[in-house]
Each structure stands twice: as structure tokens, then as C-alpha cells.
Write a protein that binds this ligand. Structure first.
Ligand SMILES: [Zn+2]
Length: 264
């Protein structure tokens, strides 16, 4: 009797846990982006950020917005993590779409967060909330499937196998490709974080619309490259790990650019 209740509890917890796992860069992915950003902060920005986050590093703070999904008080932040782009946009089309965008999504909320962090009237408590959200969402929109289609929930309903286990396209890009490298977030960052000053200057000039355009293009390519129930593994890893790593480096460099602008 006791075992059966225990089994039910385990099943219930597992069912609750699965959707949370497939909604954003996984724990490692966010920390890697955060660690990359940390390496490019100006001393002035670092000091100002420390005054808000205290002893929490940018890498660790990066996961906060996912962890709080377990508290219904934060349900209103759910739609901030992504933007649904339902087709392959040209850049001018996407710019027009974003200009008219009034939905609660990653684009409108990134603009909201930057504006409010700039505003000296923002309270200390809100500064902490907004900084944590800003860090997380800059990272999220570089996961291409955070700009995926509404109908399949950004690839969550595109069912595939990952090394013989049931998975989905979103989850493969959130965490499974990254976990497959078997590195800690600091080891991973040491592996991939190599940029020149010229590259950083160019990346930090790109507007948010450019970040979203790149993710949209990549997401469309990823959708076209899988069929339902495809068996993904070594070959998929070989094909895409370089592109995924580049997305995380871009996220970190651009995040540092935004933070240096706000606090530097
Ligand atoms: Zn997220």
C-alpha cells in the first residue's frame, strides 16, 4: 500500500517536472551563457551588478527565472521567456512585426526590462527582479526554439528520440545536446568562450531584432531538418553542437553588452 502511494507521488512529481524541463535552456545552458557574459563586464558594471545581486553570480542568477516557475505567484512571468514566430521572416518583415508587437512576450518584455533598469525611480526590489529576468531572457531568445511556432509550442510537440529515449526538439536544444558534452558549466565556458574584440564590438551593436532574426532563421532550419520520431544521437550532435555553442557565446557577449550599457 505504502509503495503504491510512493509510486503515485513519484509519478506526480515526474509529470510536474517534465514541462518545466522543456521550457528554456536547461540549467547548464543558462549558466554557460551567464559565465560568458561575466567574462566581458567592465569593472564599473560588475560593481553595480554586485550591488544588486549580492553574492549571486550572473551564471547562477541565470536559472532563477526558471526555478520560480514552481511558485504560482510568478505565473505572470511565464510568457516573458519566448516569442512565437510562426514562419521564416525576412528581416524587414520581422522588424515590422516587432514594431507592431504589443503582446506579452520576450521582445516587449526585454524592452520593458531595459527601460525600467535605466529608470532611477525603479525600487531596489524591482531592480533585482528585473535584472534577474533580463539576464535570463537575453539568454533564452538565443535558444532558437524560443522563437519557434505556436502550434507545436516551440518544438515541444515535435517528438523525437534522443539516444533511444523519448524526447522532443525543444528539449534536445535546451539541454540534451549540452548535457551530452559531459562538462561542468565552467569547463564548458572555457571550451567555447573565444572571441576577438572586433567580434564582440560587432555582436554588441546588433539590435534585439537581429538576435530574434537569427534565432528565427535557425529555428526554421531545425524544424525542416527533423521528421516526427527521428532517432537523434551522435550524428545530430556532430552536425549542430558548433552552432549551439555559437548561440550561447553570442548570448553571453550580447548580454555583457546590454549590462555594460546599463551599468558601465
Ligand atoms: Zn526561460
Amino acid at each position: 500500500m505504502k509503495t503504491s502511494i510512493l509510486k503515485k507521488i513519484i509519478l506526480f512529481v515526474a509529470v510536474c517536472y517534465i514541462p518545466l524541463q522543456s521550457m528554456a535552456w536547461g540549467t547548464l545552458g543558462h549558466r554557460i551563457c551567464g559565465q560568458v557574459a561575466d567574462s566581458y563586464l567592465t569593472p564599473k558594471a560588475r560593481k553595480a551588478i554586485e550591488a544588486i545581486l549580492g553574492n549571486e553570480s550572473i551564471a547562477i542568477t541565470s536559472n532563477w527565472a526558471d526555478f520560480i516557475k514552481s511558485d504560482p505567484a510568478y505565473n505572470y512571468l511565464y510568457n516573458w521567456h519566448f516569442i512565437d514566430l510562426d514562419k521564416a521572416y525576412t528581416y524587414p518583415e520581422l522588424q515590422a512585426y516587432l514594431k507592431a508587437d504589443t503582446a506579452t512576450d520576450a521582445y516587449t518584455k526585454l524592452n520593458f526590462l531595459i527601460a525600467n533598469l535605466k529608470n532611477p525611480a525603479t525600487t531596489k526590489a524591482n531592480k533585482l527582479l528585473y535584472l534577474r529576468m533580463l539576464i535570463h531572457i537575453v539568454e533564452d531568445v538565443h535558444q532558437p526554439l524560443h522563437t519557434g511556432h505556436t502550434a507545436d509550442k516551440g518544438g515541444n510537440d515535435v517528438k523525437v528520440q534522443w539516444f533511444g529515449k523519448d524526447s522532443n526538439l525543444h528539449s534536445v536544444w535546451d539541454s540534451q545536446l549540452i548535457d551530452n558534452q559531459q562538462l561542468s558549466y565552467t569547463e564548458y565556458t572555457t571550451w567555447i568562450n573565444h572571441t576577438t574584440l572586433a567580434q564582440r564590438i560587432a555582436l554588441q551593436k546588433d539590435p534585439i531584432s537581429q538576435w530574434l532574426f537569427e534565432s528565427n532563421q535557425l529555428a526554421e532550419k531545425l524544424y525542416a531538418d527533423v521528421k516526427p520520431d527521428d532517432k537523434l544521437g551522435y550524428k545530430y550532435n556532430f552536425k549542430y553542437i558548433g552552432i549551439l555553442n555559437q548561440q550561447m557565446v553570442k548570448a553571453g557577449v550580447r548580454l555583457a553588452g546590454v549590462l555594460n550599457q546599463l551599468f558601465g
